[in-house]
Design a protein around this ligand. Structure first.
Ligand SMILES: NC(=O)c1ccc[n+]([C@@H]2O[C@H](COP(=O)([O-])OP(=O)(O)OC[C@H]3O[C@@H](n4cnc5c(N)ncnc54)[C@H](O)[C@@H]3O)[C@@H](O)[C@H]2O)c1
Ligand SMILES: O=C(O)C[C@H](O)C(=O)O
Ligand SMILES: [Mn+2]
Length: 597
C-alpha cells in the first residue's frame, strides 16, 4: 500500500446555505474567500465584496504558502495559521495537508508549547469552550450554546495542569485542546464542525500567570478535592446526556487526576486519556516494530517479554507506557502479570523505584507493582539508585524517557547501554519528552555515540539526521513516537463504531496495525532493517496510516461487542470511507432554511 497516494475523496455533495454577504465571509466553516464561483457570488451577495478573479483551492494554498514563508519565526507562523483557521477551514486544512511535515510542528508540538505559554499576550480571538469554575451554575447553558444545532462526535478537554512538559498553563491550555482537535481532522478525518475543544478553568498554580496583569484566566489558585470533582463530573454528565455516542478525550491533566478520571469514567462512556493510553499505544507500536529488527540472534519471533525495559520518568506517560507494554506481554506472550512486571525498571526523581518511595496516590498504586524489592538494591549505602547504576547492572534493551529532564540520556548512559548488549543487538532508545528542548537526548548524539546502532524515535519532530560513521556520512530518519501518530485513528475507530467505551483490546488492535505499517519492516521483509528508515511511519503519510488504524479499532469494537451501532465487520471500511472529512469546497446553493453555522 502506498500511503503517499492516499486520497479519501474528491467531491462532496452540494450544500444548502442560509448565510449571505459579510456573514458568509465571516464564517470559517463556509467561507471560500476568492474561491467563490461567479454564480455563487451572484446568489450570495458577494460580487462587490471580493476582487474579481476566481481562484481554485490550489491557488489559494499557493498564496497562503507564499505568505507563510515571509514569516521568519515559528511562533509568527503559528499566529498566521491560527488566523487562517479563523477565516477559512477548508483552506487552512488543505494548506496543512499539503505541507504536513513542515506545518504540523508549527501548529502542534513543539511550537504550540510556546503559543500556550504566551497565550494571554498573543491572544487575538477566542476559540473553543471555556468552562470556568465561577460559572459552574450556568454550565449546561454555556454547553448547549456552544453545541447548539450540531452533532458532536468528539470533545477534547484539558484542565491545563500538565501541558506537555511545561506544566500548569491555566486558561492557555485551551490551545492544547484546539491543537489536538485539529490533528483529529487533519490526520484522523473527523469533521471539524463535529468536535468541541474545551478548557476547564479551575484556576492555576503558575505564579507567573497569577502575577501577570494580562492573564486571561480565572485568577485564583487551582481548586482541588470535592469542588474540582463536582465540576468535572458536571461536565462529563452533560456529555453523557446530550452526546452519548461521542468520544471524550482527556489531555494534559495533572498526573493524579489523569489516572483517577480515566478509571472513574472509562466504563460508562467512551473516554480516552491521550497521555496515558495514546502514548502507551504509540510506544507499544514503536517497540513492537523495533524488536523485529533489534536482535538478529534470537531464534524465535522476538517477544516483548524478552526485553528489559528502563522507563525514566514514571508519571502519566511513563506509567501509561509501562502498563500498556505489560498488558500486551500478558496477552501475547502468555506469561503471568507478575512475570511481565519483572521486565521493567522504573526510575523517577528519587532514583530506581525499589519500594514504597514517592508518587501521588493513584500513581503510587500503579507503580507499586513494579517495585524492584527483589534484587537487593536497597542494600546500597547511598540509598539512591541512578539511571547509570541501573544500566550497568540490568543491561536494558529498551530505554524510554518521559521525565521532562532534558539531556538525561548522557553519552555515558548511552555508551553504557550499548556496552551491556550483545554485539549484534541494537539498543532501542526513545527520548519522548516534549517539546524538543526537553528531549532526554538529541537523536544525532545518540546515533553518534552508538555509531548508528541505536534505534531511535522521539516525542518531538527531529526530521532526518546525518551521522558520520567510519568516515561515511549516513542519514537516519528519526520517527516521531508521538501520540498524534495514533490517537486520531483510535478516536476515529471509536467514533465510527459508536463504541460504548474505549477498551484495552481496541487500543492494542490499533497499536498492532500501526506496528505492521512500520517503514522498518514491509519492503525488505522481516528481520532486516531498511537502512536508516524511521521506526514509525512519517507524519506526511499519517492520514492514510491512521485510516488503517481506525479501521482496525472499529473492527475490534464490532468483534468484541463494544460497538453501539448495528455494523458488520465487512461494512467497516466502506463506512469509514464515507465518514472521512476532507478539506475541499462543495458547491453552495442559497436556501433560507439551509445551514447558518
Ligand atoms: N511522545 C509522546 O507522545 C508523549 C506523550 C505524553 C507525554 N509526553 C511527554 O512526557 C513528559 C512527561 O509527561 P507526563 O504527562 O508523563 O508528565 P508527569 O508529570 O505525569 O510525569 C513526569 C514524571 O517524570 C518525573 N521526573 C521529573 N524530573 C525527573 C528526573 N530528573 N529524573 C527522573 N524523573 C523525573 C516526575 O517526577 C514525574 O513522575 C512530558 O515532556 C510530555 O511532553 C510525550
Ligand atoms: O502533545 C504532544 O505532543 C504529545 C503529548 O500529548 C504530550 O503531552 O507531550
Ligand atoms: Mn499531552
Amino acid at each position: 500500500m502506498d500511503f503517499h497516494e492516499y486520497k479519501p475523496k474528491e467531491t462532496v455533495s452540494p450544500q444548502r446555505i442560509a448565510l449571505r454577504g459579510q456573514s458568509l465571509l465571516a464564517s470559517p466553516r463556509f467561507n471560500k474567500g476568492t474561491a467563490f464561483t461567479r454564480s455563487e457570488r451572484a446568489s450570495f451577495g458577494l460580487e462587490g465584496r471580493l476582487p474579481y478573479a476566481v481562484n481554485s483551492l490550489e491557488e489559494q494554498c499557493d498564496r497562503a504558502w507564499e505568505q507563510i514563508q515571509t514569516r521568519t519565526t515559528d511562533i509568527s507562523k503559528n499566529t498566521f495559521l491560527q488566523s487562517l483557521k479563523e477565516q477559512n477551514w477548508a483552506l487552512y486544512y488543505a494548506l496543512l495537508s499539503r505541507h504536513l511535515r513542515a506545518l504540523v510542528p508549527i501548529i502542534y508540538t513543539p511550537t504550540e508549547a510556546d503559543a500556550i505559554a504566551n497565550y494571554s499576550h498573543i491572544f487575538r480571538r477566542s476559540e473553543g469552550l471555556f468552562l470556568t469554575l465561577p460559572n459552574e451554575d450556568k454550565m449546561e447553558e454555556l454547553f448547549l450554546e456552544a453545541t447548539r444545532g450540531r452533532d458532536i462526535d468528539l470533545f477534547v478537554v484539558t484542565d491545563a495542569e500538565a501541558i506537555l512538559g511545561i506544566g500548569d498553563q491555566g486558561v492557555g491550555g485551551i490551545w492544547i485542546s484546539t491543537a489536538k482537535s485539529v490533528i483529529y481532522s487533519l490526520i484522523g478525518g473527523l469533521d471539524p464542525n463535529r468536535s468541541v475543544s474545551v478548557v476547564l478553568d479551575v484556576g492555576t498554580n503558575n505564579e507567573d500567570l497569577l502575577n501577570d496583569p494580562l492573564y486571561l484566566g480565572w485568577r485564583e489558585r487551582r481548586v482541588r478535592g470535592d469542588i474540582y470533582d463536582r465540576f468535572v463530573d458536571k461536565f462529563v454528565q452533560l456529555i453523557r446526556k446530550h452526546f452519548p455516542h461521542s468520544l471524550l478525550h482527556f489531555e494534559d491533566f495533572g498526573i493524579d487526576n489523569a489516572h483517577r478520571l480515566l478509571q472513574k469514567y472509562r466504563d460508562t462512556h467512551a473516554v480516552f486519556n491521550d497521555d496515558i493510553q495514546g502514548t502507551g499505544a504509540v510506544t507499544l507500536a514503536c517497540i513492537l516494530a523495533a524488536i523485529r529488527i533489534s536482535s538478529h540472534s534470537t531464534e524465535h519471533k522476538p517477544r516483548l517479554s524478552d526485553q528489559r525495559f528502563v522507563v525514566f520518568g514514571a508519571g502519566s506517560a511513563g506509567m501509561g507506557i509501562t502498563v500498556q507494554l505489560r498488558d500486551a506481554m500478558v496477552t501475547t506472550d502468555g506469561i503471568s502479570r507478575q512475570e511481565a512486571n519483572k521486565c521493567f525498571w522504573l526510575i523517577d526523581k528519587e532514583g530506581l523505584l525499589i519500594d514504597g518511595n514517592g508518587g501521588s496516590d493513584v500513581n503510587m498504586r500503579l507503580r507499586s507493582e513494579f517495585y524492584r524489592t527483589d534484587e537487593g538494591w536497597n542494600q546500597r549505602p547511598s540509598g539512591i539508585v541512578t539511571l547509570l547504576d541501573v544500566i550497568h547492572r540490568v543491561h536494558p534493551t529498551v530505554l524510554i524517557g518521559t521525565s521532562t529532564r532534558a539531556g538525561a540520556f548522557t553519552e555515558e548512559v548511552v555508551r553504557a547501554m550499548v556496552d551491556g548488549l550483545e554485539p549484534d543487538q541494537r539498543p532501542i532508545i526513545l527520548p519522548l519528552s516534549n517539546p524538543s528542548r526537553l528531549s532526554e537526548a538529541r537523536p544525532e548524539d545518540i546515533l553518534n555515540w552508538t555509531e548508528g546502532r541505536a534505534l531511535v524515535a522521539t516525542g518531538s519532530p527531529f526530521g532526518t539526521v546525518k551521522v558520520n560513521i567510519g568516515g561515511k556520512e549516513r542519514e537516519f530518519v528519526i520517527a516521531e513516537c508521538n501520540n498524534a501518530l495514533i490517537y486520531p485513528g483510535l478516536g476515529f475507530g471509536a467514533i465510527l463504531s459508536h463504541s460504548r467505551c474505549v477498551t484495552d483490546t481496541m487500543l492494542v488492535a490499533g497499536a498492532n496495525r500501526l506496528a505492521e505499517l512500520s517503514p522498518l519492516l514491509g519492503e525488505v521483509g522481516e528481520g532486516e532493517a531498511q537502512n536508516g528508515a524511521g521506526i514509525l511511519p512519517d507524519i506526511d503519510i499519517a492520514a492514510g496510516i491512521n485510516f488503517e488504524v481506525g479501521i482496525a479499532v472499529a473492527e475490534q469494537a464490532v468483534r468484541e461487542g463494544s460497538a453501539a451501532v448495528d455494523l458488520r465487520i465487512e461494512e467497516v471500511r466502506a463506512k469509514a470511507e464515507a465518514k472521512v472529512w476532507v478539506p475541499i469546497y462543495s458547491e453552495y446553493i442559497y436556501d433560507e432554511t439551509g445551514m447558518k453555522d
